[in-house]
Design a protein around this ligand. Structure first.
Ligand code: HEC
Ligand code: HEC
Length: 199
């Protein structure tokens, strides 16, 4: 009898030890707020890149031609392209009449990806600070009513986002990769999605 009780205790002790080991070795500590802010700043390097902000423009509805391939100074889209409020066409001419589903294979040729259009006006990132864009991305009223998980999924899989790393001859791709951007955002979300206090 005494032996059996001892054996039972032994079993319980082993099981408890195994559980403790599993929980300490398996679970990773969430990233700290400082790690989260660092991850956000890398994501901001992408969000503020010409390949992204040229479409995420303000109420003037004018796509931008900015970045080294367009010269030192940012310009408005040539040919007087000004989108209407749908942000998908200019003077009745759909953006997709020039912007096909893939890039034209020569410098200065129209870049292409499916559903080429300006981002909705509430998603304006042009000339915005790191803090502003950070607050916007967290605000469902200004991010297309997305959860943060859905934002991460969007940058991983959306065609227009992917185009930022395959922008066609002569244009500089966005920094990092879309997978790295998704990882930065994942770490940022896991750290509580902190935004910088200034800048
Ligand atoms: C050709 C124009 C275009 C380009 C270039 C573009 N976007 Fe967008 N973006 C859009 C449109 C349009 C939407 C609205 C959602 C949709 O229709 O896919 C959007 C929405 C988003 C959203 C979801 C909204 C939010 O605030 O969370 C994210 C994130 C995003 N874009 C990231 C990027 C990143 C990162 C880049 C650059 C690597 C980029 N986009 C380049 C047009 C563009
Ligand atoms: C008449 C043809 C034409 C129409 C219509 C047109 N575009 Fe363009 N777009 C171009 C060409 C060509 C380029 C590339 C210019 C270059 O590389 O020098 C370009 C470049 C761009 C760029 C720059 C991308 C980058 O980061 O390099 C954006 C953004 C853009 N267009 C958005 C739009 C939007 C949004 C619409 C619809 C409202 C539109 N375009 C309608 C021909 C057109």
């Amino acid at each position: 009898m005494a032996n059996r009780v001892l054996m039972l205790f032994g079993l319980i002790a082993c099981a408890t030890a195994a559980m403790l080991m599993a929980s300490t070795s398996g679970a990773q500590a969430p990233p700290s707020k400082a790690d989260g802010l660092e991850a956000w700043e890398k994501a901001f390097e992408v969000f503020s890149h010409p390949r992204c902000v040229n479409c995420h423009v303000p109420e003037d509805n004018r796509p931008r031609w900015s970045g080294p391939s367009y010269g030192a100074k940012a310009q408005y889209h040539g040919m007087n392209i000004i989108a209407d409020d749908t942000r998908k066409k200019a003077a009745g001419l759909p953006c997709t009449s020039c912007h096909g589903v893939s890039n034209l294979p020569f410098a200065k040729g129209a870049p292409g990806a499916p559903h080429w259009a300006l981002a909705p006006v509430e998603m304006v990132w042009w000339a915005k600070s790191s803090r502003d864009i950070c607050e916007q991305i967290k605000d469902p009223a200004r991010n297309g009513d997305k959860s943060l998980d859905e934002v991460v999924e969007h940058v991983r899989s959306d065609d227009l986002v992917q185009w930022g790393w395959n922008p066609g001859p002569g244009r500089e791709p966005a920094p990092y990769s879309s997978a790295e951007l998704a990882d930065f955002l994942r770490n940022w979300v896991n750290s509580g999605a902190p935004c910088p206090v200034a800048g």
